[in-house]
Design a protein around this ligand. Structure first.
Ligand SMILES: C[S@@+](CC[C@H](N)C(=O)[O-])C[C@H]1O[C@@H](n2cnc3c(N)ncnc32)[C@H](O)[C@@H]1O
Length: 369
């Protein structure tokens, strides 16, 4: 989102370093501050928590026709033929039909900087790319209507809240009370725009904690613990979404372990995962490398075939198959942000037929929900 000078803020990305993988450096993680590129409307030099208004608009190539939206890829050659001049000799360009729902605002409580442990207090670029994708599917199809959806590593929970416009139930999940509280506060800010029939829960799902996550029977042990019926509803989820959760190898291992537990049970699930490739100089490789990305690719067999990562994938006998989504085909709904060059969006499915051989995920642990 635009900064105070009208340009997106360029800021140091999360720097995954050996320190992020080591518990003895926990204090360093607490002290090192990182800043996302997304801090719309925050006053200059502002630090701490801020409420921003994120505007989403229906792009011009998504037309409201009859009673629903349709996406028409603009054919340049056709456009040229349609241009004509009016009585004054001015160009008469075809105008799209406006609909009252063309624009809406989501209020997000977020921080401008945070420690590495609290990056979920910020909004990251991949979340907005995933928001574009989810909105595009919501406006141009009915595939998310009435579903149960889960956002993992939700942070402020923006994407999950957008899904709540059409889903039956949405779980916004993350870990740590401060991040969950911030997510719940953001949900409160937007409760008026959500359909009353949709249930939205903020719940703790820590990929590194024991499985199943903490549940309560009658008296809640904390506000973000699952109750047994909600936990059962997880089995009926058909959609998982996650943005910017690939930045440290030990977290990626824990995430895929959780994904295997979720995706190998209940209704068939599909995951849409948006990630930002962050390049850093590596002393080990003596080269600039995308930290975290290779670890992610070691878990996902690319259905379209990718020679560069094939060797890694054969070694790990992946239980997940993925397809990279072409972002040029997803119009931008979130206003005033720059997608950059390094965000990728993946559709990932659990490949049951190879899962039993898979030695890379959750070895020796019970995968039952
Ligand atoms: C870079 S932030 C992305 C937040 C949000 N999805 C976005 O893109 O704006 C990474 C998220 O992963 C969450 N996370 C990190 N470790 C986790 C764990 N062990 N279990 C669950 N979530 C975790 C963080 O709390 C944070 O919300």
């Amino acid at each position: 989102m635009d900064g105070d000078n009208g340009q997106p803020h360029i800021s140091p990305p999360i720097q995954p370093s050996p320190a992020m993988n080591s518990s003895e450096d926990g204090q360093k993680e607490e002290e090192d501050h990182v800043m996302s590129e997304i801090h719309l409307g925050c006053p200059p030099k502002f630090s701490g928590s801020f409420i921003s208004h994120f505007t989403f608009s229906i792009p011009p190539d998504v037309e409201y026709i009859g009673s629903k939206y349709e996406y028409e890829v603009v054919d340049d050659s056709k456009q040229h033929q349609e241009v004509s001049v009016d009585d004054d000799g001015d160009l008469a360009l075809p105008r799209r039909k406006k609909n009252s729902k063309d624009k809406f605002v989501v209020d997000i409580q977020h921080n401008v900087t945070s420690s590495i442990l609290k990056v979920g207090l910020q909004v990251w670029r991949a979340e907005l790319v995933l928001a574009d994708f989810v909105l595009h599917r919501i406006f141009t199809s009915s595939e998310f209507d009435g579903i149960v959806a889960v956002e993992l590593g939700a942070g402020t929970g923006l994407v999950g809240m957008l899904l709540a416009r059409v889903a039956k139930t949405v779980f916004l999940t993350d870990h740590g009370v401060e991040i969950l509280e911030n997510c719940a506060a953001t949900l409160d800010l937007n409760s008026a725009m959500l359909p009353s029939k949709t249930s939205v829960y903020v719940r703790e799902l820590d990929w590194k904690a024991s499985w199943p996550p903490t549940q309560h029977d009658s008296a809640p042990c904390h506000s973000y613990a699952w109750n047994p019926s909600e936990f059962e509803e997880l089995e009926r989820a058909s959609l998982l979404v996650a943005a910017d959760v690939i930045y440290s190898d030990d977290l990626t291992d824990a995430l895929f372990s959780t994904l295997e537990r979720l995706m190998s049970h209940g209704l068939k699930k599909v995951l849409y995962l948006a990630l930002e490739k962050r390049y850093n100089f590596s002393l080990d490789d003596l080269d600039v490398v995308a930290n975290g990305y290779s670890c992610f690719r070691s878990y996902v067999r690319d259905e379209s075939g990718d020679a560069e990562h094939e060797e890694l994938q054969n070694r790990s006998l992946c239980a997940f198959v993925g397809t990279r989504i072409d972002l040029t085909e997803i119009p931008q709904y979130a206003n005033n942000y720059d997608r950059g060059q390094d965000v990728e969006l993946w559709q990932i499915k659990y490949a049951k037929e190879v899962s039993n051989q898979c030695s890379n995920v959750a070895q020796g642990s019970s995968p039952t929900l």
